[in-house]
Design a protein around this ligand. Sequence first.
Ligand code: 5GP
Length: 194
Amino acid sequence: MTLKKYFPIIVSSPSGAGKNSVCDMVVEKCANVVYSISYTTRPIRTTEEDGVDYHFVSEEKFKKMIDEDRFLEWAQYLGYYYGTSKKMVEEVIADEKYIILAIETKGALKFMKRRPDALSIFIFPPSMKELEKRLRNRNTDSSEIIETRLENARHEIADCVYYDRFVINDNLDRVSKEIINLIEKKSKGLDIYG
Ligand code: 5GP
């Protein structure tokens, strides 16, 4: 059997559980892990940069990209489209690097089917109460959106059974080290469940 040393890494969690911060830290600590930049139809936030945080595109362009099979996965979240570029994933792996994707679960499940070599990790918040606290402290969403995110969180948590590993985000540094350890183990063909 030929071992594939480089593979995609999927990280999902309910929003507010910290998957982006965890992925940022993994990328910061590992020169050979690249962050996937998704395409989205969501409006850009003032803190974001086009081509850095996302590729912000119109719904028309996104749908054209779906028709052209340019996504490895895509999903709708709170009324907007989000998708992972097939080309980006293939190019990063060909460049002998890992690509890390912080994506919601429905798209992640599609991705796992198309790339069974992916390492998939589900991040839990320490508790639902803590998740609600984090979402309120972010100050980016209205109460209504926060309620929707909490409801989504319950559905997303139900999808956790499809992932290779669960981790609890109680400490950013510890969780990022745990993920790096899993990447190293898988790349060496070692058991990631032990
Ligand atoms: P936000 O709008 O807050 O940046 O992201 C909303 C949700 O979409 C988050 O759960 C985020 O991880 C997810 N997301 C971001 N990019 C992608 C993607 O390419 N595909 C999928 N399926 N979800 C994504």
